[in-house]
Design a protein around this ligand. Structure first.
Ligand code: SAH
Length: 349
């Protein structure tokens, strides 16, 4: 009987330790193997020169190391760069690299498609295919880091789970991926440079708080009344605003850290002055900041972007109430890398 080799990337540190002890290898080998994979981007056991040849051969008969396949890249006029990954089952996902003065942020996907069906999001319209495996999530970071390193460019400084999918709907795999991203042996990112963005799955926000991962939390609030939020985000029927915000209040924060509330501004829907005042009141008592994102339209969308004056009016009310409230323009619009657009272009390719 032949056993087909297992993808070694599907095992976390403790799991790999247990497997290789079964194979008669020393436990500390797990650390060495993972360091080769995470830090040196090893694609085969042959490269692992601090491991005896015999052991490398044994490892190769039980495991293989999957290689992510980048099948397309595009660069936007604003410097945003999009990477299209093809997975083993031919599904495609995207990551977007967003440079600014001080940061080089990578926006990664957690699912193929999305089930949340937010009305203003193009990914939501495209339906859902499957959850990503943990290694398919962290490999986006590792692979883009590798490319930047080869090009001699500045490395990734920040990671946001704001690409395709609802990360908290794929909780176990996302947590495993975050462990690889933030712990040793791993990709070496400080959790304060990692942000997970959710549309508001209350039980999972609580689980994340208890996980001890200490990553930043961003919540896509997008409305100030249940009546409006019900209409644009179906998740609100399960977890209405009051419940969501009380989970946010309970979320454990490290000193000097805040929850980010994302607020997509939709003309005539949630962009009035009364919404801004209500938002300021709702967030009172929560250590928070607000990211204002003028709606990024797409063909067939029923919503419109407010004009700049309305955006400024909304922002001013928050600033007057002592909130940090930057206006975030969707980056990479000319390459469909902007918020909510990721899947469409992938399909067209
Ligand atoms: N499911 C997660 C992460 C993916 S969406 C979440 O809901 O947070 C990432 C962000 O993009 C969210 O804040 C969402 O509100 C925003 N977004 C989606 N479509 C958009 C669009 N067309 N224009 C502007 N922002 C959009």
């Amino acid at each position: 009987m032949t056993i087909s080799p297992l993808n070694i990337k599907s095992l976390v540190h403790e799991e790999l330790q247990a497997r290789i002890v079964e194979l008669g290898l020393k436990k500390y080998r797990a650390n060495q193997i993972l360091t080769w994979i995470y830090t040196h981007h090893a694609r085969s056991f042959d490269e692992m020169t601090n491991i005896a040849k015999k052991e490398r051969e044994l490892l190769s008969s039980f495991f293989f190391i999957s290689s992510p396949k980048i099948v397309g890249t595009e660069v936007s006029s604003d410097g945003t760069r999009k990477f299209l990954f093809e997975l083993e089952d031919r599904h495609t996902i995207e990551s977007v690299l967003i440079p600014d003065e001080e940061r080089q942020t990578l926006c990664i996907s957690s699912q193929v498609g999305c089930q949340q069906a937010c009305r203003f999001c193009l990914t939501g319209r495209g339906g859902f295919a499957r959850n990503l495996k943990a290694y398919e999530i962290w490999d986006q970071v590792k692979e883009v880091s590798n490319i930047l390193q080869q090009e001699g460019l500045r490395g990734i400084t920040n990671i946001v789970l704001m690409g395709m999918g609802e990360p908290l709907a794929n909780f176990e795999e996302v947590v495993k991926a975050l462990q690889v991203i933030t712990r040793e042996p791993g990709l070496g990112f400080s959790p304060r440079r990692v942000t997970i963005s959710t549309d508001g799955l209350v039980p999972e926000i609580e689980r994340l708080g208890k996980s001890g991962l200490k990553v930043n939390l961003a919540v896509s609030l997008n409305a100030t009344t249940d009546e409006v939020r019900d209409r644009i985000m179906p998740v609100n029927k399960r977890y209405p605003i009051k419940e969501l915000l009380s989970a946010c209040k309970r979320f454990p924060l490290e000193p000097r850290r805040r929850i980010t509330f994302e607020y997509v501004l939709l003309r005539g829907v949630n962009d009035r002055e009364e919404d801004a005042f209500r938002l300021a009141n709702l967030l009172r008592g929560i250590k928070s900041k607000v990211n204002l994102i003028p709606f990024n339209p797409f063909p067939g969308s029923v919503f419109q972007r407010p004009d700049d004056a309305a955006v400024r009016r909304f922002q001013k009310i928050l600033l007057d109430n002592h909130y940090t409230a930057p206006v975030r323009e969707s980056r990479g619009q000319d390459i469909s890398a902007a918020c909510g657009q990721l899947r469409e272009k992938a399909r067209a390719l």
